[in-house]
Design a protein around this ligand. Structure first.
Ligand code: HEM
Length: 211
């Protein structure tokens, strides 16, 4: 048993530890899917719109590594961990009070979900206060906070990288197998909120850590 724990620690990816509420300056991250990487793919399911091609592994490459061409890949998605744009001090205080673990920071978090999302032109035509109003109407932050600290989350922004990006956001979560049911429950609740009416492409990629 001890040996298994050591083996798992040794193979834990030394990436995705920065929280979006803490990281300064912006961090460039690339999720590269192919035949190599610390995460093994369990499923790739289109929720809305076009899916992503099949792959067996996903590697998470951070910082300067993203400039280095990775081994042949099925697809690669890039995003930037940036500063908070909508969460208020009260939201952050509430999230911190529950505990906000960094993704990949706990040995028991052997499962992950990479959920790339693109929102519609109608969403981006709104002003920031209007977009925040839509998120508030569905209580996105309060709903999500209910699942802290069981779920570790990190948000990556893609629009800043240019018009060619296929998604606006890469959302990434890590959690323990015992929390998989609650994670799915959270997704069902979030997808039923008014915000999701603006989601025109969403793919649910489930992963487990290679040990
Ligand atoms: C642990 C549960 C969750 C919490 C605590 C949470 C919290 C938050 C917070 C605070 C923000 C705003 C960040 C900012 O101020 O810029 C945010 C944004 C966002 N979250 Fe969540 N969230 C959770 C789960 C999810 C899930 C499961 C998804 C996707 C399936 C998701 C998708 C997004 C997206 C796409 C944004 C960016 C929205 C935009 O800027 O238009 N979140 N989340």
């Amino acid at each position: 048993m001890a040996d298994r724990t050591v083996a798992r620690r040794r193979h834990r990816p030394a990436h995705c530890l920065a929280r979006d509420s803490e990281w300064r300056p912006p961090l460039l991250v690339r999720f590269s899917a192919g035949e190599a990487g610390a995460w093994l793919v369990d499923s790739i399911a289109p929720i809305v719109g076009e899916s992503l091609p099949p792959a067996s592994h996903v590697a998470v490459l951070e910082g300067p590594a993203v400039a280095v061409p990775h081994a042949p890949h099925a697809w690669a998605l890039s995003g930037v961990v940036s500063s908070l744009k909508y969460a208020t001090r009260a939201d952050v205080t509430a999230m911190n009070a529950k505990g906000q673990p960094a993704t990949c920071s706990r040995a028991e978090d052997t499962l992950a979900a990479l959920i790339p999302i693109r929102k519609s032109e109608a969403w981006w035509a709104l002003t920031q206060d209007e977009r925040m109003g839509v998120m508030r109407a569905g209580a996105h932050f309060e709903l999500g906070t209910e699942y802290l600290p069981a779920v570790a989350r990190r948000l990556h922004h893609c629009r800043e990288l240019g018009a060619a990006q296929p998604f606006d956001f890469l959302t990434f979560f890590t959690y323990a197998p015992a929390e998989a049911g609650r994670f799915d429950e959270m997704l069902r609740r979030l997808r039923a909120t008014p915000e999701w009416a603006y989601v025109e492409r969403e793919v649910d990629v489930r992963l487990h850590l290679a040990v």
